[in-house]
Design a protein around this ligand. Structure first.
Ligand code: ATP
Ligand code: MG
Length: 253
């Protein structure tokens, strides 16, 4: 597939992306010739069975891992050819990431973790960003945990800290790997509404991995992976339509 670099409708994209791990008989192809773009100001859900390549795709799109072959862009910048320092700066300014494992810094308290992206970028949050971060902290119920360290928090609280950290600077692009996996359904819905509004009200582009059809029903686009391939790419769907499709997938596998 030919994607022109001037295509401003896409905020991140990969072309003919292949990723293999290991060599010889231990080799695993996690992604096999994947081409896809994440659309600007859209909330995209990425679904598929465990091991289908979802996290690998998000890590490579965010510039956190290298492709084995193929090309990767963030905005109009092809990151496959960037030096590490340039890539780090670009990622820091433009990309927020909620990892499956949260990746909080154990020696920093909640506030320190939330402000880390600003610290690394060498600038304090603006007054507006401060207000937004305060609002996120309240919405996600973290106010009375602000001076706690990650090991003093529940899994769901750690996940919420990771979400505030990823959204705090309102990056262009947010990758969230199962951001509601450890949350009760009410908190989960709040996070999903927050992600949907980040896209619709603030023009941020959100790519979210989820196994949950209800979570995916908040998205405007749903992409399914199976065995390192994209097998379906559809518009907004109800939770029951998504469940139905997933059942069909299992039947084929
Ligand atoms: N560092 C690694 N070394 C070797 N194999 C890996 C590595 N990371 C991932 N894989 C393999 O690549 C494939 C895709 O993994 P990936 O983590 O992208 O799956 P996933 O779709 O995110 O699954 P899950 O839903 O369980 O999180 C799997 O077969 C996995 O075992
Ligand atoms: Mg994963």
């Amino acid at each position: 597939m030919q994607i022109s670099p001037g295509d401003i409708g896409l905020v991140a994209r990969v072309a003919q992306l292949t990723k293999s791990y290991g060599t010889g008989s231990a080799a695993v192809t996690a992604l096999d010739d994947v081409s896809i773009g994440i659309r600007r100001a859209q909330f995209t859900a990425i679904m598929g069975p465990s091991g289908s390549g979802k996290s690998t795709l998000m890590h490579i799109m965010a510039g956190l891992d290298n492709a084995s072959s193929g090309r990767v862009w963030i905005g109009d910048t092809e990151i496959t050819s960037l030096r590490d320092t340039q890539l780090t700066t670009l990622r820091r300014r433009r990309v927020g990431f909620v990892f499956q494992s949260f990746n909080l810094v154990p020696t920093l308290d909640v506030l320190g973790n939330i402000l880390l992206p600003f610290e690394l970028d060498g600038r304090p949050p603006s007054a507006e960003e401060h207000r937004w971060i305060d609002q996120l902290i309240d919405t996600l119920g973290l106010r009375d945990r602000i001076r706690h360290r990650p090991h003093e928090l529940s899994g769901g609280q750690q996940q919420r800290v990771a979400i505030v950290r990823a959204l705090g600077a309102r990056p262009d692009l947010v990758f969230a790997d199962e951001p509601t996996g450890n949350l009760d359904s009410r908190t989960g819905r709040e996070v999903l509404a927050l992600l949907a509004s980040a896209a619709s009200d603030y023009g941020q582009s959100i790519a979210m991995v989820t196994h949950d059809p209800v979570a995916a029903s908040f998205a405007e686009r749903i992409v399914f992976l199976a065995d390192g391939h994209i097998v379906e790419d559809r518009g907004r769907s109800t939770a029951s339509e998504i469940s139905q499709y997933m059942l069909g997938m299992e039947g084929v596998a």
